[in-house]
Design a protein around this ligand. Structure first.
Ligand SMILES: NC(=O)c1ccc[n+]([C@@H]2O[C@H](COP(=O)([O-])OP(=O)(O)OC[C@H]3O[C@@H](n4cnc5c(N)ncnc54)[C@H](OP(=O)(O)O)[C@@H]3O)[C@@H](O)[C@H]2O)c1
Length: 246
């Protein structure tokens, strides 16, 4: 019960890694608020983990603002903020459109930054923030220029946030997953394509398989807990060795 009575807000908490973390925070006594865009998965997730569920698009900072008002009314404040929402997508350099660039960066970089900014007035001093990055930010994967540059920008922002929040004793850390078995890589893909991707990724990841959302979520809870009280500003790769062992 590391989070007994703690108020935890998860932006992007209705699927994948965010939902896995929500379940674990709930099991350890946290009071939760979850955001997401899909109302069906949001209401199912909120019911399951007894959370306040708020439909809010993180790509629209005004919606994040409105979500924070609801969170303040319901929970009174935030001890732990998990900024997890993110969208994917691949395109080689010559096929990147301005629209595609803006749609990914609006959520993964701009939206994530403004989510932290807008949550800060609610955050209790001594609390902490965990942000989901990606090993994409340090890996030269062809076709990943848009997503990778957004996550690399987020890494830079997280360092500065961490420094600026030192006077409030708010730690800021990142968790950067490697290939993890969630919907993000399955959307718009056929069963055959998904099976092919899994096989390809199993060959690429040093540990020989994709990660599970729970394996990433465990690292999130560790960084958010008092066990990590002396850890600040890190980007923890949860990637089966992709970054350090390839
Ligand atoms: N899976 C991987 O291999 C991998 C690798 C590296 C990094 N990551 C990062 O891990 C994080 C979680 O992804 P996942 O793998 O768990 O994928 P996922 O299953 O697709 O979950 C994504 C979550 O983000 C939410 N979300 C997306 N866009 C949003 C928006 N504009 N506003 C509010 N919520 C939004 C989704 O809610 P809705 O469904 O309601 O939109 C969902 O809760 C992302 O930041 C992703 O970039 C994933």
């Amino acid at each position: 019960m590391r989070f007994d009575g703690k108020c935890v807000a998860i932006l992007g908490g209705n699927a994948g890694i965010g939902l896995a973390a929500a379940r674990m925070f709930h099991a350890e006594g946290a009071k939760l608020a979850l955001t997401g865009r899909n109302t069906a998965t949001l209401s199912a997730a909120s019911e399951e983990v007894e959370a306040l569920g708020i439909r809010a698009d993180m790509g629209v900072p005004a919606e994040t603002d409105a979500a924070m008002v609801e969170i303040e009314e319901a929970l009174g404040g935030i001890d732990i903020l998990f900024v997890n929402a993110g969208v994917g997508g691949f395109a080689p350099v010559d096929q990147v459109t301005e629209e595609f660039w803006d749609s990914v960066h609006a959520v993964n970089l701009r939206g994530a930054f403004f989510a932290v900014q807008k949550a800060l007035p609610l955050m209790r001093d001594g609390g902490n923030i965990v942000i989901t990055g990606s090993i994409g930010s340090v890996s030269a994967v062809p076709g990943n220029v848009v997503y990778a540059s957004a996550k690399a920008g987020l890494r830079a922002a997280a360092r500065i946030l961490g420094k600026e929040l030192l006077p409030r004793r708010i730690r800021v850390n990142m968790v950067s997953p490697g290939p993890t078995d969630t919907e993000i890589f399955k959307r718009d893909a056929s069963a055959e394509e998904i099976a092919g991707m899994r096989e390809m990724l199993a060959g690429v990841v040093p540990i020989g398989r994709m990660g599970t959302p729970e394996e990433v979520a465990r690292a999130v809870l560790f960084l958010a807990s008092e066990e990590a009280s002396f850890i600040n500003g890190v980007d923890l790769y949860v990637d089966g060795g992709c970054v350090e062992l390839l």
